[in-house]
Design a protein around this ligand. Structure first.
Ligand code: ZN
Length: 258
């Protein structure tokens, strides 16, 4: 073994590592879009070995666009929440009233909702208010703006559909952020494969906590994907991110096949 050979080999190895890091960043960008690079939450720096290192800034200032009325950007997974209040023609209707203490009635209403919108090409959300009022909110392909119902979300049980072929098979960042913020007690969503639910604790995490926990979970999933690609099955990334975020925030999270 000559020294030259060894140096070539070492250089080559370093280049491979660099390529893998770049590949990882590209894959992550592919999954989560420009949000990952464009927002200020994750900073990529190259260390002295030429490796990319991601770090999360702790400010969380852009989390959910603050307290102003928010409409969710239509690009799935973009994580960008606009503050212009131009909700893209989402509407709601009152469906009826049920006894909120009667779990059977609630389950029946949710079953009926799933049946009704199973094949829908836009999102809908059924909101069962703690007062017993039942509403359906109608959205678009990527989102449904339940903030139209304001305080009625507080303590509610709600469920929305993800359009077939559009699902990440778990809650989106927007789902998590808005449910944590609007006072939902239980938020459920379903798609062609799974049904998933979040049950919020009585002492709710604030927006900054939610935001930081989500970013941390995203980075940890990202790192796992790099160190052991078999650890997280392909297509399951969002489920693991939401699972880890919820664990940290003491939100009960479950996902079950339908
Ligand atoms: Zn959703």
């Amino acid at each position: 073994m000559t020294k030259d050979w060894f140096m070539d080999y070492a250089e080559h190895a370093l280049r491979v590592i660099e390529l893998e890091q770049e590949w990882l960043e590209i894959r992550y960008l592919h999954l989560y879009g420009e949000e990952f690079r464009g927002r200020h939450d994750v900073q990529w720096t190259k260390d002295e070995h030429g490796r990319f290192t991601g770090s999360v800034s702790s400010g969380g200032g852009s989390a959910g666009g603050g307290k102003s009325k928010k409409t969710i950007d239509k690009k799935r997974g973009s994580g960008i929440i606009k503050e212009n209040g131009n909700s893209p023609q989402h509407t709601y209707e009152k469906i009826g009233e049920i006894d909120f203490s009667d779990k059977k009635s609630i389950a029946k209403s949710l079953q009926e909702f799933e049946h009704k919108y199973n094949d829908s090409d836009i999102e809908h959300c059924r909101v069962i208010c703690s007062s017993g009022e039942v509403y359906d909110v109608h959205g678009d392909l990527d989102t449904v703006d339940t903030s139209l119902l304001g305080d009625k979300l507080k303590g509610s049980i709600n469920e929305h559909n993800h359009v077939k072929g559009e699902s990440q098979y778990s809650f989106s960042w927007e789902d998590l952020c808005s449910s944590a913020d609007d006072g939902s007690k239980i938020s459920i969503a379903f798609d062609e494969k799974y049904r998933y639910a979040m049950e919020f604790p009585d002492i709710r995490p604030n927006q900054d906590k939610v935001y930081n926990a989500y970013q941390k979970a995203k980075l940890s999933v990202f790192e796992d994907m790099f160190s052991n690609p078999l650890l997280i099955p392909e297509g399951d990334e969002q489920n693991v991110i939401i699972g880890r975020t919820c664990r940290e925030l003491k939100i009960k999270y479950t996902r079950t096949p339908r």
